[in-house]
Design a protein around this ligand. Structure first.
Ligand SMILES: NC(=O)c1ccc[n+]([C@@H]2O[C@H](COP(=O)([O-])OP(=O)(O)OC[C@H]3O[C@@H](n4cnc5c(N)ncnc54)[C@H](OP(=O)(O)O)[C@@H]3O)[C@@H](O)[C@H]2O)c1
Length: 331
């Protein structure tokens, strides 16, 4: 059984590693068949995962439906997190960000229906909407909590000041932002410090660097035409050539520890703070098992120092996301 962790002071207790459901339906090429997606999520449940991450935007809509169908028989054993915040028309086309309180209420109702639950365990704002004061967003979620439709409030890719303002209206249980051995921003931009000070749990997304830190992506690996990594400056061929030096480090140190690069990357995150719960995603059961193996690894402080020293010698080339997507983060 996987160890458990508590997501901050007010958040739920969950398996130390969650499961990111996005790749089943979006962003990494064609969606899985619905039945295969359901089987994948249930494989995670069978292996002790109790924390599942989805969003209205994944698909859009279809990922929540798959998650709802997969987890219905296990409702009382699992914690389901979803997200609002993009403007998405019924036909799936997008119109930017939309965290107007009336829109939050509509999206929450739709997510409840698709997830087939009476309450959303953890509802994140997916991206901060500069047009809507964060106090109004937190107030809208506070009302949903008061009505029993939502249990906990979260923010994704929010800056430290925004987290503090939101928390003063409605306690934030968890912040979800990109964090991994090649994306150290939350250490530098005050987000992890704010979480620590306020007792908020932290959920690193893309904890495997969108697959790069697993060692399975080579300089010449080609992605499906709909895979978002084609647009990520970090995955551009020249940048990838340089960045593979980090994978060499993970391979070398992993061999010393008896761990795969993916396990090393996840165990390093788990070693940062006891209130951190990464949510790696995969569409393959063997990789799920490999990733969950990281929860059993316990690094000493010297191990962590060695990883960080070796990683710090490598200057990562290229931004993590395209400029126009990055602009949505850290408001
Ligand atoms: N809040 C946000 O804005 C946001 C943004 C992005 C993601 N997320 C959440 O975070 C979750 C995880 O992030 P992510 O999926 O982007 O990135 P990730 O977990 O870092 O990496 C996923 C990629 O790595 C591959 N992979 C996973 N385990 C592997 C292993 N052991 N060996 C080799 N390859 C492996 C997967 O391919 P295969 O499927 O082929 O194994 C997939 O391409 C998502 O599912 C989503 O729920 C949130």
């Amino acid at each position: 059984m996987i160890k458990r962790r508590k997501l901050g002071k007010v958040g739920p207790e969950v398996s130390a590693l969650g499961y990111g459901c996005m790749g089943i339906s979006a962003n990494y090429g064609p969606a899985m068949e619905r039945s295969a997606g359901i089987a994948m999520i249930r494989a995670a449940v069978e292996r002790g995962v109790t924390f599942f991450d989805t969003a209205e935007a994944y698909g859009p809509f279809t990922n929540e439906e798959v998650v709802g169908a997969a987890l219905a028989p296990f409702r009382d054993e699992v914690v389901i997190a979803t997200k609002f915040g993009f403007g998405i028309n019924p036909d799936g086309t997008r119109y930017g960000l939309d965290s107007r309180p009336e829109h939050i209420r509509e999206v929450a109702e739709a997510s409840l229906r698709r997830l087939k639950v009476e309450a959303i365990d953890l509802l994140y704002q997916h991206r901060v909407d500069p047009k809507v004061p964060i106090e109004d967003v937190a107030g809208a979620v506070r009302d949903l909590i008061g009505q029993g439709k939502v249990k906990h409030f979260g923010l994704s890719e929010a800056g430290a000041a925004t987290i503090r303002r939101a928390h003063s209206v409605q306690a934030v249980a968890a912040v979800q932002s990109e964090y991994s051995l090649w994306t150290r921003d939350p250490e530098q931009n005050g987000v992890l410090a704010a979480c620590e000070a306020l007792g908020i749990g932290f959920v690193p997304f893309s904890p495997l660097g969108a697959g790069f830190l697993t060692g399975k992506i080579a300089a010449d690996t080609e992605f499906h035409s709909t895979d978002f990594r084609n647009l990520s400056p970090r995955f551009a061929p020249e940048a990838r050539g340089v960045n593979l030096a980090l994978v060499d480090v993970l391979n070398r140190l992993g061999a010393e520890q008896g761990a795969t690069p993916a396990q090393l990357a996840l165990a390093w995150l788990l070693a940062q703070k006891p209130w951190i719960v990464p949510i790696p995603g995969t569409c393959k059961v063997a990789r799920l098992e490999e990733n969950l193996g990281a929860a059993a690894i316990e690094f000493t402080a010297a191990d962590v120092r060695e990883i960080e020293e070796a990683a710090s010698n490598i200057v990562i080339q290229g931004a993590r996301l395209p400029e126009q997507v990055l602009r949505l983060s850290e408001c």
